[in-house]
Unconditional design. Structure first.
Length: 72
């Protein structure tokens, strides 16, 4: 009977940890690749590199979060 309680406890812990990772503080960095792909379709740049350069720049794919911007 104790083994059943341990297994059920571990199951609840794992489910709780998964929910915390999904909706907790870590969700800020999550992105929706399907939504991004749909937006790229709207801009005409979803497949290949032959799309509109201005649309690609507008999508934000040319700038990276780690790029340092300096205002001098």
């Amino acid at each position: 009977m104790v083994l059943v309680f341990i297994i059920v406890g571990l199951l609840f812990f794992i489910m709780g940890y998964g929910l915390w990772l999904t909706v907790g503080p870590g969700k800020v960095d999550l992105r929706d690749p399907i939504d991004e792909h749909a937006k790229m379709h709207e801009l005409g740049i979803a497949h290949g590199h032959g799309g509109n350069k201005d649309a690609y720049a507008m999508s934000g794919k040319l700038t990276h979060k780690h790029d340092a911007t300096t205002n001098t």
